[in-house]
Design a binder for this molecule. Structure first.
Ligand code: GDP
Ligand code: MG
Length: 437
C-alpha cells in the first residue's frame, strides 16, 4: 500500500546524515510510483512530485543539518495541500429544513454516520429528523431506530414501502413540525448498480438535498476512488465521509478521493460509537498516511524551541562521551521548554488513547525523575553503573522517593540510551540536530 511504500522511502531518508540532489530524486521516484499505484491521477502525482522535488533540492534543505527530516516535512506539507483545506461546513439554506442525503455502498457506515451527524448537529442547536429510506432489509430500519435513540433524534419511517414515498412524506413531516435538518438514510448495495443509482437519483429529485454526502469505508483502500468517482458521475456528490479510520488502514484513500473527484472529505468516522466522529483534518491525515502521528509537528516544535547552541554542544558531547544522566536531565528540561507533557503526548501516534490520568502521572513522573537525578553525585550521573544498592537507598531518601523509583529511572535511562543508539547517537529528535556531520 501507499503508506508502507512511503514509509520505506522515508526510513531510507531518515537513516542518512547528508542528502544529495540524486537522493531526493531517487526517493521521489518511489513516491511517484506509490501515488500512481494508489490511483491518484497522473497529473496530480506529477505536480506533487515536481513541487516536492523543487522545494527539496533547494540549497537550504540539502545544506541543512537535517535534510532528510526537511524533505519529509516538505512531503508532508504537500500532502496536506493535496487534501485541501479543512472544511466541514454544511450550508444551511435560509429556508429550513436543510437536507442531507447519505449515500454509499452497503456496510460503508451510512446509518451509523447519519446518527453521528444528527447527534453533532443537535448538540449545536439544530432539530434534526432522520428519514429511514433503506427499505430492503427490515433490520435496516430497526438499526436506524437504535442509533437514533442513542442520539436522541426522532426517526421518520413508513416500513418497507417505496423509499420515494417515504422521503416525500418525511420532508412534509419536517416542514410541518419545524425540524430544521433532515438526514436521509438511503440503501446501499455491495456493488454499484443501475437500480440503486436510479433510486438515489429519484430521491435526489424529490428531496433537493443541500448536501449529498458519500460515505466511504476507508478499509476498501484504493477502491474508494472508484466508488467515489462512480457515485459522483451518476448522482453528483458534494462531500465525503471517510469511515472506519479506527481500523489499521492508514487512510491513503483520503488522498486519492479528493485528488480524483475534487470532492472534499468533511468528516471522518473513527469507531462505532456516535462520538467517534470528527471533522476532517488534512494535517492529521497526511501524518497518518506518512505513518508518523504528528511526529513532524513535534520535530518542528523541538527545533524551534531548543536553543541551537545548546543543542550543538549536547550533540558534540554525546558523540564524544556518550549519553549520561545529565543529558537525560537536559533532554527533560528541553521537553519542558517545549510545553506541557500533555501537548507532547497528544502529538504522538496513538495518542488519543492516553487518558488524563496517564498524563498527570506523566507530569508527576517527570518531576520525580528530576529529583532523583539531582540527588546523585556528578560521578554517578556520568556513569550510572557505579550506583550500588547502598547509594540507591541514599538517593531514594535524598529525593523523597523509593528505591524502586531509582531502579526504574536507571532502566529508563538504559532504554533511552538504546533508543538514542538506534537513531544514531546525537541524532535524537529532541535536540533537533544531527551529530553525524
Ligand atoms: P450502512 O450499511 O452503510 O448503513 O453501514 P452501517 O452504518 O450499518 O455500518 C456497517 C457496520 O460498520 C456496522 O457494524 C457499524 O457499526 C460499523 N461502523 C460504521 N462506522 C464505523 C467506524 O467508523 N468504525 C468502525 N470500527 N465501525 C464502523
Ligand atoms: Mg444502513
Amino acid at each position: 500500500g501507499l503508506s508502507e511504500k512511503l514509509g520505506g522511502v522515508f526510513k531510507k531518508l531518515k537513516g542518512r546524515g547528508k542528502l544529495t540532489e540524486a537522493d531526493v530524486k531517487e526517493a521521489m521516484k518511489e513516491v511517484k510510483m506509490a501515488l500512481l499505484e494508489a490511483d491518484v491521477s497522473y497529473k496530480v502525482v506529477k505536480d506533487f512530485v515536481a513541487n516536492v522535488t523543487e522545494r527539496s533540492v533547494g540549497e537550504d534543505v540539502l545544506k541543512s543539518l537535517t535534510p532528510a527530516q526537511q524533505v519529509i516535512k516538505i512531503v508532508n506539507e504537500e500532502l496536506v495541500k493535496l487534501m485541501g483545506e479543512a472544511n466541514s461546513k454544511i450550508n444551511f439554506p435560509s429556508k429550513p429544513p436543510c437536507v442531507i442525503m447519505m449515500c454509499g455502498l452497503q456496510g460503508s457506515g451510512k446509518t451509523t454516520h447519519a446518527a453521528k451527524l444528527a447527534k453533532m448537529f443537535k448538540r449545536q442547536g439544530s432539530r434534526p429528523l432522520l428519514i429511514a429510506a433503506d427499505v430492503y432489509r427490515p433490520a435496516a430500519i430497526d438499526q436506524l431506530k437504535i442509533v437514533a435513540e442513542k442520539a436522541e433524534v426522532p426517526v421518520f419511517e413508513m416500513g418497507q414501502i417505496d423509499p420515494r414515498k417515504i422521503v416525500k412524506a418525511g420532508l412534509k413531516e419536517a416542514k410541518d413540525y419545524g425540524y430544521d435538518l433532515v438526514i436521509i438514510d438511503t440503501a446501499g448495495r455491495l456493488h454499484i448498480d443501475e437500480e440503486l443509482m436510479d433510486e438515489l437519483k429519484d430521491i435526489k429529485k424529490i428531496a433537493e438535498p443541500n448536501e449529498i454526502m458519500l460515505v466511504v469505508d476507508a478499509m476498501i483502500g484504493q477502491d474508494a476512488v472508484k466508488v467515489a468517482s462512480s457515485f459522483d458521475e451518476a448522482l453528483g456528490i458534494d462531500s465525503v465521509i471517510l469511515t472506519k479510520l479506527d481500523s489499521d488502514t492508514r487512510g491513503g484513500a483520503a488522498l486519492s478521493v479528493l485528488a480524483v473527484t475534487g470532492k472534499p472529505i468533511k468528516f471522518v468516522g473513527m469507531g462505532e460509537k456516535l462520538d467517534e466522529f470528527e471533522p476532517f483534518h488534512p494535517e492529521r491525515m497526511a501524518s497518518r498516511i506518512l505513518g508518523m502521528g504528528d511526529m513532524l509537528t513535534l520535530i518542528e516544535k523541538a527545533s524551534q524551541t531548543v536553543d541551537e547552541e545548546e543543542a550543538e554542544k549536547l550533540a558534540k558531547k554525546m558523540q564524544e562521551e556518550g549519553f549520561d544522566l545529565d543529558d537525560l536531565l537536559e533532554q527533560m528540561k528541553q521537553i519542558h521548554k517545549m510545553g506541557s507533557i500533555k501537548n507532547i503526548i497528544s502529538m504522538l501516534p496513538g495518542a488519543n488513547k492516553v487518558s488524563d490520568e496517564d498524563l498527570e502521572m506523566g507530569e508527576a513522573a517527570l518531576k520525580k525523575t528530576e529529583a532523583i537525578i539531582h540527588s546523585m553525585t556528578k560521578a554517578e550521573r556520568k556513569k550510572p553503573a557505579i550506583i550500588d544498592p547502598k547509594r540507591k537507598r541514599r538517593i531514594a531518601a535524598g529525593s523523597g522517593t523509593q528505591v524502586s523509583d531509582v531502579n526504574q529511572l536507571l532502566k529508563q535511562y538504559d532504554d533511552m540510551k538504546k533508543m538514542m543508539k538506534q537513531f544514531g547517537i546525537g541524532g535524537g529528535m529532541l535536540h533537533g540536530k544531527s551529530a553525524r556531520r
